[in-house]
Design a protein around this ligand. Sequence first.
Ligand code: NAD
Length: 347
Amino acid sequence: MLNNKRMCFGIIGCGRIAPKHAESIMAQEEAELVAVCDIIPERVRDFAERYSAVPYEDYRRLLERKDLDIVTIATSSDLHAEIGCAAAQAGKHVMVEKPMAMNLRSADQLIAACREAGVKLAVIHQNRFNKSVKLLRKAIEDGRFGKLTHGQATIRWNRDDNYYAQAPWRGTKLKDGGVLMNQSIHNIDLLQWMFGPVDSIFGYTETNLRQIEMEDVGTAVLRFKNGALGLIEASSTIYPQNIEETLNVFGATGSVIIGGIAVNRIEVWEFPDSEAEKREIFAAQEGDPPTVYGFGHREIIQDMIQAIKDDRLPAVHGEEGRKALEIILAIYRCQQTKQPVVLPLEL
Ligand SMILES: NC(=O)c1ccc[n+]([C@@H]2O[C@H](COP(=O)([O-])OP(=O)(O)OC[C@H]3O[C@@H](n4cnc5c(N)ncnc54)[C@H](O)[C@@H]3O)[C@@H](O)[C@H]2O)c1
């Protein structure tokens, strides 16, 4: 990629999340969307027309395009690693939707394929770019909490049976996972980003209300390597609609709660002598986004473009994206064995 050339993007998978990618790519001065792919012919035709891109029904044909710099993978989750490896082998930088893979072996293959091909890999955890989350992360990096004591990631959302019936992969063991793997993975990523490596986990999952293979409720307790404790509560069963996606972080000299519908709204911001700062933060709140997808896609794409230009790692590179995946797979392991799991999780 020459420094003055616009980056050419292709999107593979033109379903629910794809418009968010298309619009976020088109909002970048330094990028253009040139190609899109879906196996459903009318879907890809409509999508290509809407965004003035060239349609493909086979992603391998799309990957043959010499002008493509970056490929965004937004298919069902089971195909992320396979398509990501093919994109890397074709010399394309890879932006992959979460989860980056359905198991750690596939995640590692994707990371290795990108490393071997010398291309960048970014995993779409766009909530890391929420204004609120960036402020919290800065407070952690500045050591303002003192010793971290405990934290919690909570998702209380509603995904009804109509949602799960929209596509045959939803809620399945091999192609999606349940509420932990699909919806809660963003907040679990944030929890571990704030607290650092996990030492051990115990969790339960249950399918209480929805007609799906995997969990619609999941809970877990974690011990982090720094001695802090963590809780995860995830549910897609909340009556009658989404209530919150909330992240709590507590330490010796700090308490922060970020809530709202998708971790955008700072509800508690307490540090010594923080009254003026608190007023400023509360006055400049971003507020809830129009959808739970949030505001972060633009910035994570911008970060990828900058990472390529600067030849540095993207903010949420492959090993970063792997961390939340490992935690969720560990909870699934607990559900099977009824035993706590010490990380690293055996493959
Ligand atoms: N970051 C976020 O906030 C966010 C939000 C929603 C979904 N997602 C993730 O994005 C992915 C897609 O989710 P969705 O809700 O858009 O699903 P979806 O079912 O609406 O769309 C997936 C699309 O991929 C297409 N597809 C399947 N196999 C393909 C192939 N071999 N080649 C090309 N296209 C293929 C399907 O036909 C479908 O149109 C999932 O992994 C999901 O977890 C992320």
